[in-house]
Design a protein around this ligand. Sequence first.
Ligand SMILES: Nc1ncnc2c1ncn2[C@@H]1O[C@H](COP(=O)(O)OP(=O)(O)OP(=O)(O)O)[C@@H](O)[C@H]1O
Length: 242
Amino acid sequence: MNQFLEIKGLTKQFGGLTAVNDVSFSVDAGEVAALLGPNGSGKTTLLNMISGALAPTRGTIALGGETISSLPPHQIARHGVARTFQLVRILPSLTVAENVIAALAFRPSPLWGSAARDQAHALLAQVGLADRGGEHADDLTYIDQKRMELARALAAEPRLLLLDEWLSGLNPTELRVGIDLILSLRDRGMTIILVEHIMEAVRALCGRAVVMNVGTKIAEGPTADVLADPAVIAAYLGDGHA
Ligand SMILES: Nc1ncnc2c1ncn2[C@@H]1O[C@H](COP(=O)(O)OP(=O)(O)OP(=O)(O)O)[C@@H](O)[C@H]1O
């Protein structure tokens, strides 16, 4: 398999706090990998380094064989990295369609006018928001704002999609739909890293998982094995997640 994303010795220090400590792992092209760990274990910090929002203190990140860890976020986006955020980030004063159209205007190969409108419509349909494009983004429920944020991320036609707890807060029916949606992205060849606390989703989506605790990688391997690992169970129990 082609190791699409390669992370080596990645470290991030905030003053005296080491949030991510010498973490190495790789993700194959087309894989949906889980990045797990109790609260505060460094998952979001790691995603922030992959997307370029934070510069690593040490270590390297390579995508498709090219080092991206020294690049600013807009150039990393040009390499095909897109993400959603734990707390959704939208343009609240615009309509749902305009939110997506704005993302299409800022992607590496921008779309404008009717091409942008058509593509926004298609993306909104893909995330379950067909015919909702005219609504004010502010008026959407939290879950629908998450769907819209995903459509904005997909507007960039990412090769690597980083989903930071995108499934959290969904009811059981919505969760099933959300899982199927992520599976459909995987079936189209997208490589995905999923930071997630919902183990049902992790088991359904991720063949492989990496687990962090207090900034350090404590386990990596097939999801079922990793979730049965006593060190992983202890880390979650210690944080009240089990
Ligand atoms: N900008 C920052 N400045 C200082 N400390 C930070 C900063 N961002 C994160 N941290 C600290 O780094 C550690 C890891 O945080 P991070 O948000 O990456 O964990 P996480 O695994 O994503 O947690 P959660 O599951 O709660 O989102 C925590 O101790 C956090 O307080």
